[in-house]
Design a binder for this molecule. Structure first.
Ligand code: PEP
Ligand code: MG
Length: 567
């Protein structure tokens, strides 16, 4: 019988097929013998060292395969955890009272407790740490680690949770959709699904109880997983996907139906991402997150290395625009050589632009490297912005630093609006700079006082919250008053319905994952600027996020409703 499970949807696509369950990992046995005598102790010690060595080798190999991509970076960091001598020593220390698999399990929990106490990025690494434990325990016991049998046909992958290490073992060419029981809109699974343009629903209660082989229709647009869908449902999904495929044929620049231009740009994090995006019909890069290069390294990459990476990105977009964001380290992206002290609330601490207070050389070196790259790529229209600017004084300070590094006249200089203070004082802040880009992910986090990683509070950090919408609108209006371009590069830009509202507010460019662009382009091409403005007024006048969504949906024309699966 057809049943519908609901969760948090990711993306605008849907797919149906048989499901495979990602099997739970093997646990350490409760009756494992404690080593007695020096010989058994030596064997158990060797078992722990060898298991962790194998895990490190497996993950390093997977990191190589995915080198240059975000997944590769995360895998390399996870491999490092497996090779941490303190981790092995802690486990070996427990051999006095436990067998090797249990000793490793206890040591992992101790490490995890420490990570959780540090919070932020480290707390998020607990899932990776546990995946190291699961693989190592399987090696100690000499059994297959959990996971998936080889995929022989296209399938929907269902799991309690998928870590990057888990996804590295999947043959993604056969994965048609992802479903997890936990996670939020910005969890690893959601990010990978978005990057690959796969339909995905996270936080689906009971997903792992569905028997393997059952057909599931995964609808990312609606946040639904339909178990045993009937013929009508399957046909409707197929029709929708055929319509969606036709969207990809349109490669024109972004504009409303009456020709009001809105630049459609891509978000990238690495040079490999830049090369992939360059072959797509995008008008440029709207957010180059430069921090990935820094996070990959245990010391600041030298100016020459940075300049070379920036040059690669800029040259891939000769004739187009690239918006480079300066280092956004701290909070969920800590860097040992940038975040010098442990803070109780790193999301509110010395992160992003604020690092100029403690480690000003990082910004100076980066801006110098950018100036060199821009000199080498005069045909690229380069814009440079700083993240997390809170005041007009900070905006002016960033302008001065960019000027001092020789960027004046070579690049447009701007700032990100992702702190409510900057949005509230947008007139003053925007008068100081040459452009702004709104980071709606952090703007929502700071406006709603809600950690953006927490699935449990996803309703509070909803992009349709009136408070967040009003701050975006105030910033866009200030942009119009001061003749300053204001774009959006947070996740809000990738939602076609929200994109219409943003354009109606006066936003001049939208930047998102390349997979999200076709649906946004279609929605814009089929809606007039006047309707977008009506939608913006409707959303801003709504009492809550649910009312805002339905008020805007009511103004959609039939063609866009169908394309967005709202029929
Ligand atoms: C944002 O905060 O919306 C943003 C685009 O920056 P990041 O997601 O990298 O913090
Ligand atoms: Mg941000």
């Amino acid at each position: 019988m057809m049943t519908v499970l609901t969760g948090i949807g990711v993306g605008s696509t849907a797919a149906a097929g048989p499901c495979v369950q990602f099997t739970p990992p093997v646990n350490a046995p409760t009756d494992e013998a404690v080593p007695s005598g020096p010989e058994q102790l030596a064997t158990a010690t060797e078992a722990i060292r060898s298991a962790l060595g194998k895990v490190c080798a497996e993950l390093s190999a997977a990191a190589e395969v995915n080198a240059g991509q975000t997944l590769g970076d995360v895998l390399a960091a996870t491999a490092e955890m497996a090779s941490d001598p303190e981790y092995a020593e802690l486990a070996i220390g427990h051999l006095a009272t436990h067998g090797p698999a249990n000793a490793l399990t206890v040591a992992t929990e101790e490490f995890a407790t420490m990570f959780r106490a540090i919070g932020g990025y480290m707390a998020e690494r607990v899932a990776d740490l546990n995946s190291v434990r699961d693989r190592a325990v399987a090696h100690i016991l000499g059994v297959e680690s959990g996971g998936l049998a080889e995929l022989t046909e296209p399938a929907v992958v269902v799991a309690h949770e998928l870590t990057p290490a888990d996804t590295s073992g999947l043959d993604m060419s056969k994965v048609i959709a992802l479903v997890t029981e936990v996670g939020g809109p910005t969890s690893h699974t959601a990010i990978i699904a978005r990057q690959l343009g796969l339909p995905c629903v996270v936080k689906v209660d009971g997903a792992t109880t569905v028997p393997a082989g059952t057909v599931l229709a995964v609808d990312g647009a609606r946040g639904q997983v339909i178990v045993d869908p009937d013929e009508r449902t399957l046909a409707a999904i197929q029709e929708r996907m055929e319509r969606y495929a036709r969207l990809l044929d349109d490669d024109r620049p972004g504009a409303t139906s009456d020709g009001h231009p809105v630049q459609l740009l891509a978000n990238i994090g690495t040079t490999a991402d830049a090369r992939a995006a360059a072959s797509q019909p995008v008008e440029g890069i709207g957010l180059f997150r430069t921090e990935f290069m820094f996070l990959d390294s245990d010391q600041e990459p030298c100016i020459e290395v940075q300049a070379e990476a920036y040059r690669e990105v800029l040259s891939a977009f000769a004739g187009r625009k690239v918006v480079v964001r300066t280092l956004d380290a701290g909070a969920d992206k800590p860097l040992a050589y940038a975040n010098l002290s442990i803070e109780a609330n790193p999301a509110l601490g010395q992160r992003a632009y604020r690092l100029v207070r403690s480690v000003p050389h990082l910004m100076a070196h980066q801006l110098t490297a950018l100036a060199q790259a821009i000199d080498a790529c005069p045909n690229t229209e380069t814009w440079v912005m700083a993240p997390m600017i809170s005041t007009a004084t900070e905006a002016a300070d960033f302008m001065a630093r960019a000027e001092a590094a020789g960027l004046g006249g070579k690049a447009r200089i701007g700032i990100m609006v992702e702190v409510p203070a900057a949005a509230l004082c947008a007139d003053e802040v925007l008068s100081t700079v040459q452009f702004a880009s709104i980071g709606t992910n952090d703007l929502a986090q700071y406006t709603m006082a809600t950690d953006r990683e927490l699935g449990a509070l996803a309703d509070l950090i909803d992009r349709w919250q009136p408070a967040v919408l009003r701050l975006v609108a105030q910033t866009a209006e200030a942009g119009q008053r001061t003749a300053t371009p204001v774009g959006v590069c947070g996740e809000s830009a990738s939602d076609p319905l929200m994109a219409l509202v943003l354009v109606g507010m006066g936003i001049t460019s939208l930047s998102m994952s390349t997979a999200s662009i076709p649906a946004v382009r279609f929605a814009l091409r089929h809606t007039s600027l006047e309707t977008c403005q009506q939608m913006a007024r409707a959303a801003l006048g709504a009492a809550d996020s649910t009312e805002a969504v339905s008020a805007v949906q009511n103004l959609l024309n039939e063609e866009v409703r169908q394309a967005m699966a709202l029929e």
